[in-house]
Design a protein around this ligand. Structure first.
Ligand SMILES: *[C@@H]1O[C@H](CO)[C@@H](O)[C@H](O)[C@H]1NC(C)=O
Ligand SMILES: *[C@@H]1O[C@H](CO)[C@@H](O)[C@H](O)[C@H]1NC(C)=O
Ligand SMILES: *[C@@H]1O[C@H](CO)[C@@H](O)[C@H](O)[C@H]1NC(C)=O
Length: 633
């Protein structure tokens, strides 16, 4: 056998990685299928409580229940095709119970079945397993078929083959099958505080899944922060890493995907070692995020983690090549956090030693107690049980709320109308003009956003974090557009021009950057003007004075020359006379026209008014039209 190609080598390493992970899993932990219950109320023969597995899409109604009737379609029984194509609708008629559509497993993605059931008007989808086996979790597809993922809102549940068969038999016999889907006991709710974990990843280039995660963080942040600040929840973020098998530690694959000598690895974001960021960049960023949480939690402000993750995704995205430590430090700084403490926690990624923080993360990944191994990313763990369903603000908040002992839920579980008041502290890490009290920080229900403000109708533009400047019409009225200005001897000079939409420029007669300073140009010394023979040049602030030798000479500024006063005068007077007479005639003419127009205008105006009260002798249609036109103004 010859040498193996690098690709084959890598595939082998990947397989080994997988095997090792699975080995740990098999030895110490397990995957737990999260369940809810389904109570059949009729027919009598089927009455009882059954278990079903919550699908990892759609919106399970944690803490709640749903009544419905089961319908098994006559055709398209696997739900892989659009029911609308065959004219089927499961929308209940007025007063009817919601329909839970029963479909068979197989032939297409679970999410496709869910989507088809939802678009046909079903309130929930029950999938009957096609083989006798313990219940499984219906997950979302990794690659294809996720186009509807974010839009599925109906809950989904998998039922066993046996129970599915029983349901079908009852329906075939013409029975009406009434059921109650119940999620009240899907999560433990022992006390007044909910402990929850968010298992996530800093990688932002994984397509729809990453976009969904980012959207979720943006929407959920405000709620998470309020819950944390008021002590209702105790939250912790978590990250999954793998380790490189011993034999491959020095391989190209492991050195580009791992830190700490193969101990902590993440897959390459683009799945291509030659371009973009490597797996190890993702591990380092994940580590920074854990450390940031630790430092924030120590100073009793764990909610800063949400701000960091949110801002980092906006300010340091991979596609703009900003997924770097420098960029991360900028975000940390604007949140007013201690960079040194975080760096100490991150340690040296090249060191051949354990990192205690990442070690603890690897340990936490393995299930314990009622919680199984975390293998689905991103996911929530609420009161030590895994959340199943869509990563959506309302659905997740609902799950968290169902983790409180009944009657101890915070208000936010009943109403969502709250503000976070984050701008009050450190200006929320956003841009601030101290002198004028202009700020880019805005409090919203979703948490604070850093957005350049509009002040007195003038739009500020910039990144909102470190920089904003007035722009467009009227910008010079606001703090002189951030430009230099000075007044001397009653003469005001500014480097801001409303004609320009941005920037500062020293006015004629001055030079400089326009922001901090503009210096007078000495026209005489720099020999720019007034260089005629015998002329006297005197510099002034922003300009100069030029005197021509002798009293018979006059200085013409535009042409920078001296001319004789006498010759100029005769030409000048003749010219002025022409202008004088011209103006006189024009004035008389204009007055005559004005008088005529005024009279005819008043004439027709009076006609129009009178026409409303009495028929006029020579009334025509135009007077009527005139009235309508007036009403428009
Ligand atoms: C999901 O819903 C949104 C808003 O209703 C819509 O804009 C989007 O196109 C939908 N996506 C899919 C894949 O149907
Ligand atoms: C966060 O801090 C609190 C006390 O301030 C502590 O009880 C909790 O365990 C900390 N969380 C983590 C994940 O370290
Ligand atoms: C700045 O503005 C905010 C709200 O616009 C106000 O609450 C605050 O008192 C102001 N601070 C100063 C120093 O004027």
């Amino acid at each position: 056998m010859g040498g193996r190609s690098p690709a084959a080598g890598w595939r082998c390493a990947l397989l080994l990685l997988l095997l090792t992970t699975m080995a740990i899993t098999a030895a110490e932990g397990r995957f737990v299928v999260e369940k809810n219950s389904l109570r059949v109320t009729s027919p009598a023969a089927l009455r009882g409580v059954y278990e079903c597995a919550i699908g990892n899409f759609g919106m399970p109604q944690y803490g709640g229940t749903m009544h419905g009737v089961v319908v098994y379609p006559k055709a398209n029984r696997k739900g892989c095709m659009d029911f609308g194509d065959s004219g089927l609708s499961f929308k209940p008629k007025a007063g009817g119970l919601p329909v839970f559509l029963l479909v068979d497993r197989g032939d297409c993605y679970f999410t496709t079945k869910g989507w088809n059931a939802q678009t046909a008007g079903a309130a929930a989808v029950l999938v009957a397993d096609d083989r006798a086996e313990p219940l499984i979790t219906m997950d979302t597809p990794e690659s294809a078929g996720k186009e509807h993922l974010e839009n599925i809102t109906v809950p989904s549940a998998l039922v066993s083959k046996r129970f599915g068969d029983d349901l079908k038999t009852a329906l075939e016999n013409g029975d009406m099958v009434n059921v109650l889907l119940d999620w009240r006991e899907s999560l433990p709710h022992p006390d007044e505080r909910v402990e929850y974990e968010f298992w996530t990843n800093s990688n932002d280039e994984c397509g729809a899944k990453c976009d969904m995660q980012m959207n979720f963080v943006r929407n959920f942040r405000g709620v998470a922060q309020v819950l944390e600040q008021r002590g209702y929840t105790q939250f912790a973020p978590h990250y999954i890493t793998w380790y490189c098998p011993e034999a491959f530690i020095l391989s190209k694959q492991c050195t580009s995907q791992c830190i700490n000598h193969g101990r902590y690895c993440a897959p390459d974001p683009e799945q291509d070692f030659t371009t973009g960021y490597d797996g190890k960049d993702v591990v380092v960023q994940n580590l920074i995020q854990i450390c940031l949480f630790k430092v924030a939690n120590e100073s009793r402000k764990p909610w800063l983690w949400w701000d960091y993750v949110h801002d980092f995704a906006i300010r340091c995205p991979m596609k703009e090549k900003k997924y770097t430590r420098d960029c991360a430090n900028g975000v940390i700084k604007s949140l007013g956090m201690d960079i040194d403490k975080i760096n100490t926690c991150v340690g040296d990624p090249d060191a051949d030693e354990d990192n205690p923080v990442l070690k603890a993360e690897q340990d936490a990944q393995i299930g314990h107690g009622s919680r199984g191994d975390v293998t689905i990313l991103p996911t929530f763990v609420v009161n030590n049980r895994q959340y199943r369903g869509k990563l959506d603000k309302r659905a997740v908040l609902r799950a968290i709320c169902s983790g409180f002992e009944e009657t101890t839920e915070p208000d936010i579980c009943l109403t969502q109308d709250i503000q976070t008041n984050q701008c009050l502290e450190n200006n929320g890490g956003c841009w601030l003009d101290n002198r004028n009290n202009f700020t880019a920080c805005k409090d919203t229900f979703r948490g604070r956003v850093c957005e350049c403000p509009i002040v007195n109708g003038v739009q500020f533009v910039g990144d909102g974090y470190t920089h904003c400047e007035a722009s467009g019409v009227g910008r010079c009225q606001i703090n002189n557009g951030g430009c230099w200005k000075e007044t001397r001897n009653g003469k005001a000079v500014s480097a801001c021009s409303n004609e320009e939409s941005k920037g500062c420029k020293c006015p004629p007669g001055f030079k400089g950057d326009g922001i901090h300073s503009c210096d007078d140009i000495d026209e005489c010394k720099e020999k720019l003007y007034c260089q005629c023979n015998g002329c006297s040049c005197e510099n002034t602030w922003g300009s100069y004075e030029c005197g021509c030798g002798g009293s018979s000479m006059l200085y013409i500024r535009e042409h920078d020359t001296c001319v004789s006063k006498v010759a100029n005068a005769s030409v000048g007077w003749g010219f002025l006379w022409v202008i004088f007479f011209g103006l006189g005639f024009a004035g008389v003419g204009a007055y005559a026209v004005y008088k005529y127009r005024l009279r005819s205008y008043m004439d027709s105006e009076i006609r129009a008014i009178m026409a409303q009260y009495m028929p006029l002798e020579n009334q025509d249609t135009s007077s009527h039209q005139r009235t309508v036109e007036r009403a428009d103004i």
